[in-house]
Design a protein around this ligand. Sequence first.
Ligand SMILES: [Zn+2]
Ligand SMILES: [Zn+2]
Length: 195
Amino acid sequence: MQLPEARTARVDIVLEGSLTSTGGGVASSCTLVRDADRVIVVDPGMAESATAILGPLAELGVRPEDVTEVVLSHHHPDHTLYAGLFPRAAVHDHWAIYRGTDWEDSECDGRVLAPSVILARTPGHTAEDLATLVGTPHGVVVCTHSWFNAETTVDDESPDDPEALHASRAAILEIASEIIPGHGARFRPTGDTPR
Ligand SMILES: [Zn+2]
Ligand SMILES: [Zn+2]
């Protein structure tokens, strides 16, 4: 797994994800990453309203038009629903970068978004999963859907490819000082973290 070159980014939680059931109560973890001149929003997905994302961003001093990149961890709607809120942002997924009507093919693994921000392909939950690796002064923070939250095992999550998910978790645990999971609070991995 290729690490970001620098350790200069700032990470803020925009919305802490949650997951009650498919009958309701689903929110994706949405994260703001700022590094150099890049303003990056990861997974502006299901939330109570657009305001649930734009309000916290405003409190952090970020207007919708300030956002330069949107990163989608994978293609499920709970992680993509509000991707269109940011009129100037390039949108990143596992195989392309989208700007207006321009579709640029681009493998995500190793894609550099900023000196301290790089993407890594981490299949398992779906074949399209990517993680956002963020170098901060305190270590590498990983935004990833390879965990729903700090406690969920691979079996709990019924992934598309359990073996691939185990491998992605192992690769992330080698480099992460902190994990922001798809549907839960940020956590510091320990020996007890399910892998
Ligand atoms: Zn999903
Ligand atoms: Zn999800």
